[in-house]
Design a protein around this ligand. Structure first.
Ligand code: CDP
Length: 215
């Protein structure tokens, strides 16, 4: 009998389908969903808003420790009391986020908030880059979603209408490299994760395979 809260970890690079799939799994299983990428985006957003250079590790660390961050169940995000749901997806934040996320103090601060969130919720579907490897190494199920770089860029460029495919593709490649090669908690496949290549699968097919794995 396993009494620990049910954590489903969904990791993978940008455009692999994590958010859509994690939201759908959360609905089907009936447990809450947390987008941990939105937390790193919120730190980057707060730094830019305060005029802090994302590379300034000390100032960004201080800001992350003090940030009042509310991740609402409906997916909206409050940063220091103001709704930042739209702004954290903007191109400036996207450019800065992987630098901010490489900062070890920011990571340890966000990691403890993520664990606290899961304790309070009694479990959840947690989406990110290091959930199965670092945040919840004992997660009930670990899934790593992947897709070819071209397909990931094509999916993402459909979402951001004002950027060309080329600029989206080069941003993804740059972020992949930063996320995979950083010194702390890089994006990598956990040994015990189930890898799903989503390149040619529908959302329903991916969600069904995750639910099968869960059983
Ligand atoms: O939505 P998208 O896939 O573009 O990225 P995201 O999930 O919003 O994450 C944005 C960035 O946050 C990533 O490129 C990583 O640099 C960082 N991140 C991380 O380091 N660890 C996580 N658990 C989640 C995101």
């Amino acid at each position: 009998m396993n009494d620990s809260p049910m954590i489903i970890a969904i990791d993978g690079p940008a455009g692999s389908g994590k958010s859509t799939v994690a939201r759908a799994v959360s609905e089907r299983v009936g447990i809450p969903y947390l987008d941990t990428g939105a937390m790193y985006r919120s730190v980057a957003f707060a730094a830019l808003r305060a005029g802090v250079d994302p590379e300034d590790a000390e100032q960004v660390s201080n800001l992350a420790r003090e940030l009042v961050l509310v991740m609402r169940p409906d997916g909206t995000v409050l940063v220091d009391g103001a709704d930042a749901t739209i702004e954290i997806r903007g191109p400036e934040v996207t450019r800065a986020v992987s630098i901010v996320a490489a900062n070890p103090t920011v990571r340890s601060e966000m990691r403890s908030r993520q664990r606290q969130w899961a304790r309070e919720q009694g479990g959840g579907v947690m989406e990110g880059r290091d959930i199965g490897t670092v945040v919840f190494p004992d997660a009930r199920l670990k899934v790593y979603l992947d897709a070819s770089p071209e397909i990931r860029a094509a999916r993402r460029s459909k979402e951001v209408a004002d950027l060309s495919y080329e600029s989206v593709a080069s941003d993804l490649a740059r972020r992949d490299a930063l996320d995979q090669n950083r010194a702390h908690d890089p994006l990598t496949v956990s040994e015990d994760a189930c890898v799903i290549d989503t390149s040619h699968l529908s959302v329903e097919e991916i969600v069904d395979s995750i639910l099968e794995l869960l059983e």
